[in-house]
Ligand binder design. Structure first.
Ligand code: NAD
Length: 321
């Protein structure tokens, strides 16, 4: 069995390798070659922790396994990351344990890769302004991955806690892009691509703020009750997602579906666009929205990519198990 510790991941996987792995598995999901198992998420009644599993099997990539982990709110006081996760991979032919891989950095990379995949396939080719809503841990990864998909000339951003905007400014600077903090009216009016990555429970962006031709990647809503954009935006947009079942139950689409504004049949899989079985964006004026809910198969895909690179570069720790 191979072990790839959390500390080794940053030197092994690149954003491009994460992107390729996630794009491939979304395609496999849409072809019916890969499927996610039901998610387990429990409040364990200790340390205020939420703990669970996301798991699945990709028959095409032969990735079988799970990501185990969750949220420990007291970790920051101990100098640890509140979100903790570990990926376990199993040999699909024998069921034997194949690898244990640190999952913290990989979670950020696979989430950023998902919105980047949506930008590649759905944003207007001439998109110039990237709008960021959210400035937490994930936001920097999101911006870096998005920047690789279009020739953005500028990043604009808004955050509920303005003191956190410095993260967006620093990340844009790293990418050589100018950054401007703006209000939500300007963000909606000027951005060609908008990424929302917050833990909000109320719509931040209102319908009237979103202009024709925008691509939105709504990445923060991964739980029942969370919400980042007005449900009416989903009624007006062409809606895509990683997995329809999650989108309607715990993703951004949950609110529009509950309000009767859209139905399950109005939501397309991004994998269908990747595979060429859905045309994707049909005009420069169309609003496209990707509801990125986060699936276990993304975790398995990037973890498997890391294991491959770790073996190739001789970094993998092998143990008899
Ligand atoms: P974080 O705690 O580092 O940052 C939270 C962000 O949400 C900050 O920008 C903060 O200002 C904002 N925020 C907090 N309360 C708000 C409110 N009431 N209204 C508006 N904004 C508010 O979190 P993070 O690690 O950056 O994660 C952000 C979100 O992304 C979380 O909801 C997380 O669960 C989600 N997430 C989704 C996926 C996925 O696959 N879709 C993966 C990882 C994380």
């Amino acid at each position: 069995m191979i072990i790839v510790p959390e500390a080794a991941i940053a030197d092994l996987i690149t954003p491009q390798a994460s992107f390729d792995a996630v794009e491939a598995v979304f395609g496999a999901m849409s072809r019916g070659d890969a499927y996610n198992f039901p998610v387990i998420r429990e409040a364990i009644g200790h340390a205020d922790a939420l703990y669970g599993f996301k798991s699945g099997f990709d028959r095409a990539g032969l990735n079988l396994g799970l990501k185990s982990g969750g949220y420990w709110p007291g970790n920051a006081d101990k100098g640890l990351t509140n979100h903790q996760s570990t990926v376990f991979l199993f040999d699909a032919d024998t069921g034997r344990a194949k690898a244990v891989v640190g999952g913290n950095l990989l979670t950020a990379l696979r989430t950023a890769a998902a919105s980047a995949v949506s930008i590649k396939h759905l944003a207007r080719p001439d998109a110039k302004v990237l709008g960021m809503v959210g400035a937490g841990h994930q936001s920097a990864f999101q911006m870096r991955a998005a920047a690789a998909q279009r020739d953005f000339e500028k990043v604009i951003g808004w955050n509920f806690h303005p003191e956190m905007l410095s993260r967006l400014e620093a990340t844009a600077g790293e990418l050589g892009l100018p950054f401007e903090a703006v209000d939500l009216d300007r963000l909606g009016a000027e951005a060609d691509v908008i990424i929302t990555i917050t833990s909000s429970f109320d719509a931040i962006l209102k319908d009237a703020q979103i202009t024709a031709g925008t691509h939105l990647a709504c990445m923060g809503t991964d739980t029942v009750g969370k919400q980042e954009v007005d449900a009416a935006i989903l009624a007006r947009a062409s809606v895509f997602t990683d997995e329809v079942a999650q989108s309607v139950s715990l993703g951004e689409a949950q609110h529009a579906v509950k309000a009767g504004l859209i139905g399950e049949g109005d939501i397309a899989e991004i994998g269908a666009v990747i595979n060429g079985t859905h045309p994707g964006r049909s005009s420069a004026e169309q609003i496209t929205l990707f509801d990125g809910t986060g699936v276990g198969l993304q975790d398995l895909a990037v973890a498997a990519a890391v294991v491959e690179i770790a073996v190739e570069t001789g970094v993998a720790i092998e143990v008899d198990f």
